[in-house]
Design a protein around this ligand. Structure first.
Ligand SMILES: [Zn+2]
Length: 452
């Protein structure tokens, strides 16, 4: 069974119209702010330290802390104010640079006027104390008496996101301490229209952070077939929480709180909530009913699915060819999810099906996935997979004319129409969990309104 059906694969999609599944570069939110696009790995001085530090005073307060002592002036070439500082201190300056490794830092310190021998010894000590050779943003605080410059502190934002400060001790070593970059949490909302070929492109254009497009689409993967039931002109809203440090970094990944999708098929609204005895947030509608079902309606990253205008008016034009499943057009490499909790029955190339996965959901129910570009690592018969887990990636192997997922639901071998197949809902929240949900839902609603 099956193989003969596979020969009938007649999908013809135009990949040229798709956006890149892995958009170039990370959005600014994950990138430390570079004061100057100095480029390259060579350390570069900030051209105008005074101007920069004026910014630094507001945006980069984690750098040498102005409240610590009178010597830590925030002006580049500080002229201690005799009136407020009875004891004149050596003037200090701060340089913010990008460095990678000992030599890089050593040369930079040397260029700043630190005597050569000291510069490299210090660089070695500092890099050892920072514990990484990777490129990072570093603020060097120098003290100077006449021509002699010495390093007082080195503050760095490590590649792992933590900020540390090294203070030079009298014995020449550095004392390392973590700096807490005060972070504030805020709630943001966007509303947009699907006016691009994919939900992904439309959402990013509307201002939804790139990293939230997939979780957004996944929230609706039980309700909507993103290929046929989401189209140009549909609207969406999302509200999320983000924790941003004073220096403009995301201190934590942004988290969706609320999602809404309005289509011709209908509207769905979900609120994020972590039930009391669970560790991860799930989606619940206004009344506390979870979004999950026995099987997903869109078992592929819906954000990447091509929503072409006109699909809705001719949703099953290929029906007369006895198509046993549904096709989801998405760029090669788009993740495919296990539609429900299951055990892998088959995961290998097979004729016209190309790279083919069959999952066993028990009670005679299976789901089939064809034409994959690749299988998820370690996927093999007998492996248990969870609903929503990535099992493979969209491709165009076997009898297929363009990258897409062919998806089937079979009960006792008989194909069912995934578009009309209804599976059971999970249990709704009740009791104390429902009370907690209601409270959180209302505060999310209030936050959305404030955000407007
Ligand atoms: Zn198909």
């Amino acid at each position: 069974m099956g193989a003969e059906d596979l020969e009938r694969e007649t999908t013809s999609f135009d990949p040229k119209t798709w956006v890149d599944p892995k958009p170039v570069a990370a959005p600014a939110e994950d990138t430390p702010i570079e004061p100057a696009k100095s480029g390259g790995l060579k350390p570069a001085y900030i051209a105008a330290p005074v101007a920069l530090l004026a910014i630094a005073g507001g945006a980069y307060c984690l750098w040498p802390n102005p409240t610590e002592g009178p010597a830590e002036t925030q002006t580049a070439e500080a002229t201690p104010d005799a009136a407020s500082e009875p004891t004149p201190t050596p003037s200090t300056s701060v340089r913010i640079i990008q460095v990678r490794g000992v030599d890089d830092l050593g040369f930079s310190l040397e260029e700043m006027g630190v005597p050569t021998g000291d510069a490299f010894t210090m660089a070695e000590e500092a890099i050892a104390a920072l514990g990484t050779q990777e490129q990072m943003r570093v603020a060097v605080e120098l003290t100077e008496d006449g021509d002699a410059k010495a390093v007082r502190t080195i503050s760095a934002e490590l590649p792992n996101g933590t900020s540390v400060k090294l203070t030079r001790q009298s014995d020449g070593t550095f004392k390392r301490e973590n700096i807490l970059d005060a972070a504030t949490t805020r709630v943001r909302s966007v509303t947009g229209t699907i006016n691009q070929n994919t939900f992904y492109a439309s959402a990013v254009e509307a201002g939804l952070p790139d990293s939230l497009t997939t979780p957004f689409a996944k929230a609706f993967s039980f309700d909507f077939d993103f290929q046929r039931e989401v189209a140009l002109g549909d609207t969406f809203s999302a509200t999320w929480e983000e924790t941003v440090t004073e220096s403009g970094r995301n201190a934590a990944p942004p988290k969706l709180l609320y999602v809404r999708l309005d289509t011709a098929k209908g509207s769905k609204t979900y609120f994020a909530f972590t039930p009391p005895d669970e560790s991860e947030q799930r989606w619940f509608d206004e009344s506390g009913q979870g979004n999950e079902r026995g099987l997903m309606r869109t078992p592929v990253d819906g954000a990447r699915i091509t929503s072409k205008y006109g699909y809705r008016t001719h949703p099953i034009s290929r029906a007369q060819r006895k198509h046993n499943g549904v096709d989801f057009a998405a760029p090669t490499g788009t993740p495919i999810y296990a539609s429900g909790d299951s055990t892998v029955l088959f995961a290998a190339p097979r004729g016209a099906a190309g790279n083919f996965i069959r999952l066993d959901h028990g009670e005679g129910m299976q789901t089939w996935y064809m034409h994959l570009n690749a299988f998820a690592d370690g996927l093999q018969p007998g492996k248990a997979v969870k609903q929503g887990e990535i099992i493979g990636y969209v491709g165009t192997t076997g009898g297929s004319t363009g990258p897409h997922l062919h998806y089937e639901i079979r009960i006792n071998g008989e194909p069912l129409d995934p578009l009309t197949f209804e599976t059971s809902e999970v249990e709704a929240l009740a009791g104390e969990a429902l009370t907690m949900f209601t409270t959180q839902r209302d505060s999310t609603k209030a936050a959305i309104n404030e955000g407007d």
